[in-house]
Design a protein around this ligand. Structure first.
Ligand code: KG4
Ligand code: ZN
Length: 329
C-alpha cells in the first residue's frame, strides 16, 4: 500500500492507494474558505494551514483505509510544481513518515499526478491516450504514451482555464474557487446572452489563451451599473463559461483530428465542470473516441492521483531521499 501526500496549492491531501490502483482512502482538507476573502490563494496562509492540517489528514486517511503505518510500503509526495512553502510542508512530512518507518519514497510531479488519475480503478485507462489537463495553474493537451511520463503538445500562453474562471468569479462577486461558483450561477443564465471571444480557435497550434477573455469580461462588467450586476450575473457566468468550454473543445477537436488517439482523458479541477464534460462527451461520440472521465474528486487536487502516479515511479530507499527538495516549477 502507498501513502500519498499532496500539498502543492491550497488543499491538504492524503490518500492510501493499493499497488493495483484501488483508492482505499482519499482525504482532502480544503482551505478554500480561508482564501475566499482574498479572491485567491495566499501562499503564506496556505503553508501555515498545511502545517496544521497535514498530520490530522494523514491520520484520517490511514483510519479511513483501515490501515496501520506499518502496512505502508512506500510514501509518495508531490515535489513539483506548486507553491514552494506549501510543497515543502508535504515533502518534509512525507520524509518524516518514510524515514520513521524506513520505507522508500517516490517523488511525483503534480501534472503527472493529474494524468495518473486516469490509471486508477475502477475502469483504468491504459496508454496511449490524449489528456486534457485544465486546472487553476495549468492548461495543457498532453500525449500519454506510457505510465511514467507525458509529452505536452500545447499549453496556455497566459492564464490557465481555472485561473480565468477564478478571476471571472471574483469580478462577478461569486466567490472562490470560481469554477464551481461560475458553474452554479451559469445554470440560471443564458450562455448566448453575451458573445465572448473564443481565442486561438482559428490558430493552427494546440496552445490556449484565456487572458483576452478575462479582459473582455472586465469591459462588459464596466458598462453595467452596480445595481444591475445582480440580475446580469447568471448570463455573464453562463456566457463566460461557454467561451472557456468552446476553446477547450476546439483544441481537443484539433488534437483528435489526425486520428492518432482512440481515447481522451480529462484531468485537473476544471475537468469537474459539467458543461465541459458534456461538450467533450459529444465531441468524442462524434469521433468514435473513448472519453475517460474520473470522479470530480479525482479531478480537483487530491493525493489519490499522486499515489497512482507513484505506482509507476522510482522508489528511492532510505536514506536516499533525505536531501530531496521541492521546486516551484
Ligand atoms: O486541479 P485543481 O484542484 O488545482 C490546481 O492544480 O490548480 O484545480 C483548481 C481549479 C480552480 O481554478 C477551480 O476554479 C477549478 O479548478 N474548478 C472548476 C470546477 N471545480 C474546480 N472549474 C470549473 N468547474 C468546476 N466545477
Ligand atoms: Zn492540480
Amino acid at each position: 500500500m502507498i501513502l500519498a501526500l499532496e500539498t502543492s496549492c491550497d488543499d491538504t491531501c492524503a490518500a492510501v492507494v493499493t499497488a493495483g490502483g484501488e483508492v482505499r482512502a482519499n482525504v482532502v482538507a480544503s482551505q478554500g474558505l480561508l482564501h475566499e476573502r482574498y479572491g485567491g490563494v495566499v501562499p503564506e496562509i496556505a503553508s501555515r494551514h498545511h502545517l496544521e492540517l497535514v498530520n490530522p489528514v494523514v491520520r484520517a486517511a490511514l483510519q479511513e483505509a483501515g490501515c496501520e503505518l506499518a502496512q505502508i510500503e512506500a510514501v509518495a509526495v508531490t515535489t513539483r510544481p506548486g507553491l514552494i512553502g506549501a510543497l515543502l510542508v508535504g515533502v518534509s512530512s512525507a520524509k518524516a513518515l518514510a524515514a520513521g518507518n524506513r520505507v522508500p519514497m517516490v517523488a511525483v510531479d503534480h501534472l503527472q499526478g493529474h494524468v495518473a488519475a486516469a490509471f486508477l480503478e475502477p475502469d483504468p485507462l491504459e496508454p496511449p491516450f490524449l489528456a486534457l489537463i485544465a486546472s487553476g495553474g495549468h492548461t495543457m493537451l498532453t500525449a500519454v504514451r506510457d505510465h511514467r511520463s507525458h509529452e505536452i503538445l500545447g499549453q496556455t500562453l497566459d492564464d490557465a482555464a481555472g485561473e480565468a474562471l477564478d478571476k471571472a468569479a471574483r469580478l462577478l462577486g461569486l466567490g472562490y474557487p470560481g469554477g464551481p461558483a461560475i458553474e452554479r450561477a451559469a445554470r440560471e443564465g443564458d450562455s448566448e446572452a453575451h458573445s465572448f471571444p473564443v481565442a486561438m480557435s482559428r490558430g493552427p497550434g494546440l496552445d490556449f489563451s484565456f487572458s483576452g477573455l478575462k479582459t473582455a469580461l472586465v469591459y462588459v462588467v464596466r458598462e453595467i451599473e452596480a445595481d444591475e450586476l445582480g440580475s446580469a450575473r447568471a448570463d455573464l457566468a453562463a456566457s463566460f463559461q461557454a467561451a472557456v468550454v468552446a476553446q477547450l473543445r476546439a483544441k481537443v477537436r484539433r488534437a483528435l483530428k489526425g486520428g492518432e488517439w482512440e481515447a481522451l482523458a480529462l484531468g485537473g479541477g476544471v475537468a469537474a465542470n459539467g458543461p465541459l464534460r458534456e461538450a467533450l462527451q459529444d465531441l468524442c461520440d462524434e469521433r468514435g473516441v473513448r472519453l475517460k472521465l474520473v470522479a470530480p474528486e479525482l479531478c480537483t487536487d487530491n493525493a489519490a492521483m499522486i499515489g497512482s502516479a507513484a505506482r509507476f515511479g522510482e522508489r528511492v530507499a532510505y536514506p536516499g531521499y533525505l536531501d530531496w527538495d521541492a521546486t516551484p516549477r
